[in-house]
Design a protein around this ligand. Structure first.
Ligand SMILES: Cc1cc2nc3c(=O)[nH]c(=O)nc-3n(C[C@H](O)[C@H](O)[C@H](O)COP(=O)(O)OP(=O)(O)OC[C@H]3O[C@@H](n4cnc5c(N)ncnc54)[C@H](O)[C@@H]3O)c2cc1C
Length: 579
């Protein structure tokens, strides 16, 4: 098995995911679940082999930027070759459903593939991750005609997609968007400028624009925004008013083109309802956030395995540095950080798949079909709604945890390499430069924890904790039971402290990062215990995560509980010392 296919993948393929129901709901009662599962395994093996084979060339060509030549984006040769290798086996847009020519893979498998691509080449992953999100948004919101026109071309890799949100004055705050969409008869045209657009030179742009007729009234809000599919080439074959005006030079992910775009009377085709574009874009962004979390995991895996290899080879004071107690602790902490974030991400993906399977079952069977009884349908719908709440909380947490993990693990990997880590050609240095952006795009870490807080404010914590409690109480193995109790205690401490956040929203916002940390640590704790039950080799991992994180949680919860908005004044006084 390729080293790109971590052992834990087997645990998810064989034990932790309810594939029986997944395939029964997606494909019908007659499905051969073992064959389907084996097919997933084969796809992952293929992806792992290809990605591993791309790594050396990707590292060697790491600093090659995409170029702009006569308005067209030219990719570095290693990106071109890697894209074609994945395209050949149908792995560039594998969430597209079979009816539109794709594999319709589960989210968990898509993220595993993206994770392996990121491990080999984070720049390539940025391009392909967006590609998957754009195709899935078209699949969800476009007319049947547009789906038939574009999805098969996404599945085959013939076209690429971009998500065009950011403008010079509208970054985290998409309510500030001023790109304008004007209706002329039954056609729509888009005018405006976007910046930092990944894949800017591609064929299909999903552009978030403000509708002309409500432009002034909706300014400064996310109301009045619609989502448009704006192709570079119109269905007639004529060029559309879409131009790449500049490519950026960046600190990392050099192979991924980041473009400034101009839309000039560019014809667009609306996806979803008029004025509901932000909602449609959030669906895309949620997929993309899971993708960026997977990117973080892939980069962190690459850095950790490189650091471990080096630490075992480098001898100082007569022993490999990996044998030094401080180094052992550092390497173990890096592994815990990686595995805890991975656990959170895979849980978010599994929940996403559970819901997609329920939705597929409803799509596939008419309400009066006897495949599901009325009672079963009601139960499935209730689960779907509960899961939706859980996914809305877990997605920003997974993105936050995995990308911050990538940042810290790659930084620690540089430290482990000593002076060599700081050299221009250092592999872990390149990985660190790539990791930084993951905490920024698709919503910065600050925005992710604010989103998580918002979901908690809407009641998500009780829904998540209700199922977590049932799950944790079911651990009756003597080696796991005490740890399940510790996590249950952690959940009680969180609930006890969260009450202090209700009184003042600015204090709640100030505490959002701490809250995200503690909530993530109990959810990941439960998931790691599940992994440990399936694979005893992971018991120490789960135990150590829970021991360390619950101590940290206690301190954080106490601090949240004892504080108030007065702390903001203190912050201001401290900052004033610098001015
Ligand atoms: C390489 C690259 C590729 C990208 N690809 C795309 C793409 O394909 N499509 C696209 O549309 N965009 C893309 N972006 C843009 C990216 O999504 C934005 O840069 C990002 O959302 C942050 O926006 P900003 O840069 O304007 O920062 P700002 O929003 O100005 O934020 C600056 C800082 O302030 C913090 N901040 C902002 N608001 C708050 C708040 N309410 N509370 C606390 N802190 C806050 C942020 O967390 C951040 O630390 C890309 C960017 C880069 C660098």
């Amino acid at each position: 098995m390729s080293s790109y296919l971590n052992d834990v993948v087997r645990v998810y393929l064989n034990e932790l995911v309810d594939w029986e129901n997944y395939f029964r709901w997606v494909k019908g009662a007659g499905v051969d679940v073992d064959a389907e599962r084996e097919a997933l395994h084969q796809i992952l093996e293929t992806a792992a082999d290809i990605c591993q084979s791309l790594e050396a060339e990707a590292r060697a060509g790491w600093d090659q930027e995409a170029r702009l030549e006569d308005g067209r984006v030219v990719y570095p040769p290693h990106i071109e070759r890697a894209y074609n290798a994945l395209k050949e086996v149908g792995l560039v847009s594998c969430g597209v459903r079979e009816e539109y020519g794709g594999y319709g893979l589960p989210s968990l498998i898509i993220q595993l593939i993206l994770q392996m691509i990121a491990r080999a080449d984070a720049g390539l992953m940025t391009m392909l991750g967006l590609q998957a999100g754009v195709a899935e948004d078209i699949q969800e919101y476009a007319s049947e005609e547009l789906k038939r026109e574009y999805l098969p071309r996404f599945a085959s890799g013939e076209v690429m997609g971009a998500m065009d949100l950011t403008e010079p004055e509208a970054g985290s705050d998409l309510g500030a968007i001023t790109t304008r969409a004007t209706e002329e008869g039954n056609r729509c045209f888009v005018d405006g400028q976007k910046i930092f657009i990944t894949n800017g030179g591609c064929e299909v742009h999903l552009v978030l624009a403000r509708d002309d007729d409500t432009f002034e009234a909706s300014k400064g809000t996310t109301r009045g925004l619609s989502l448009y599919l704006v192709p570079r080439t119109l269905p007639s074959g004529d060029p559309n008013g879409v131009e790449v005006t500049r490519l950026e030079e960046k600190l990392g992910i050099h192979g991924s083109p980041t473009a400034a775009m101009k839309f000039e009377h560019a014809e667009g085709f609306r996806l979803g309802e008029k004025g509901e574009g932000f909602k449609a874009m959030l669906a895309l962004m949620n997929n993309a956030r899971l993708g960026v979390a997977a990117q973080g995991i892939g980069i962190a895996e690459a850095a950790l395995s490189t650091a471990l290899r080096y630490a075992r080879e480098r001898v100082q004071f007569g022993v490999p540095i990996a044998e030094q107690p401080l180094m052992k602790d550092k390497l173990a902490r890096m592994t815990l950080t990686l595995e805890g974030s991975r656990a959170l991400l895979y849980r978010a993906c599994s929940l996403t798949d559970r819901n997609r399977a329920i939705e597929a079952a409803f799509r596939r069977t008419p309400a009066d079909s006897d495949e599901f009884s009325e009672a079963e349908r009601v139960e499935m719908e209730a689960e779907r709604i509960r899961n939706l709440t859980r996914i809305r909380l877990l997605t920003p947490l997974a993105k936050y945890m995995a990308t911050e993990a990538a940042d810290s693990i790659t930084r620690d990997a540089i430290q482990i390499h000593g002076g060599l880590g700081f050299m221009a050609e250092s592999e872990v240095g390149k990985l660190h430069s790539d990791a930084i952006i993951t905490t920024i795009y698709e919503g910065t870490s600050e925005i992710q924890v604010s989103f998580a807080l918002k979901e908690i404010g809407k009641g998500a914590l009780s829904v998540v904790f209700e199922s977590l409690e049932l799950e944790l109480k079911a651990f009756d193995e003597p080696e796991l039971r005490p740890f399940a109790d510790k996590v249950l205690n952690g959940m009680r401490l969180i609930l006890d402290s969260a009450g202090s956040l209700v009184a003042d929203f600015s204090y709640a916002l100030m505490s959002a990062q701490s809250l995200a940390e503690v909530v993530s640590s109990v959810i990941a704790g439960a998931e790691l215990l599940g992994q440990a039950r399936a694979d005893p080799a992971r018991i120490d991992l789960a135990a150590s995560w829970i021991d360390r994180k619950m101590v940290d949680l206690e301190g954080r919860c106490q601090r949240i509980k004892e504080g108030s908005a007065d702390r903001l004044n203190r912050c201001e006084n401290i900052i004033a010392l610098i001015e």
